[in-house]
Design a protein around this ligand. Sequence first.
Ligand SMILES: Nc1ncnc2c1ncn2[C@@H]1O[C@H](COP(=O)(O)OP(=O)(O)OP(=O)(O)O)[C@@H](O)[C@H]1O
Length: 278
Amino acid sequence: MQTLNTTALKRPEVLNGDPFLVIDNVSKIYPTPTGPYTVLDGINLTVYEGEFICLIGHSGCGKSTLLDMVSGFRKPSEGEVRLQTKRITEPGPDRMVVFQNYSLLPWLSAFENVYLGIDSVYPNKPKAEKVAIANEHLAMVGLADAANKRPRELSGGMKQRVSIARALALRPKVLVLDEPFGALDPITREELQEELLKIWSDHQVTVLMITHDIDEALFLADRLVMMTNGPAANIGEIMNIPFPRPRNRARIMEDPEYYNLRNQALDFLYRRFAHADE
Ligand SMILES: Nc1ncnc2c1ncn2[C@@H]1O[C@H](COP(=O)(O)OP(=O)(O)OP(=O)(O)O)[C@@H](O)[C@H]1O
């Protein structure tokens, strides 16, 4: 297994130099009926404030497990994850997660789905302020006119917009996205990628996002973290993505460097760390 020295990697110039989110020698071992199963083995990653990190790797290598330890849904078996030097031990509103399957409450409107989160985290804020925050975030994702619709009346893209609005309404420091656009058609997916970049730069939130799509990662991320296969997966390589921001998809795709990076990622996934069945 090849592991790159992550500390030697150059981080994007735009960021301040203090480590923001630190994954420090993290391993995860699940108990199974046939004995302990080591999913992740000694992961180290330092993320800087405001970075956009994409995570790619074959199915089952442990990407969700890793991000679950950032969001606090699971605990490391060894090592620790720290946000601004504080050890993460449980979920909190400073780290919000958006899943592929939207996870909206079907009996609540788009507005109510967003409002509920705000109300539970800030019960003592005046109601008018909470309503304003919910409306502001729905408008930000272009859903002001759909605020009263229930999830079953919304398209997949609209539901994912509500999920993003709900997460950002709590003003998290870290936004964790677990394959958020995996279920969307290609056009909606591209639209949402562009919206996400705008929101990311407006909110200055730090993003960790799992994707299976190399092009999506090259368009969005400052760095692409490529994972080796499990069991005992690790970070195999971290790719710096140098395209200037704001990014323009057409311009990036004219850049020969785009194809160099794309080939490098393909080589990693389908030659160096190919799945046995691929
Ligand atoms: N609670 C658990 N107990 C035992 N094994 C688990 C548990 N949760 C996940 N696993 C196993 O850990 C491995 C990593 O799972 P994980 O969901 O983190 O992978 P992933 O890279 O996110 O996969 P995908 O891309 O398919 O979503 C898998 O083999 C999975 O079966």
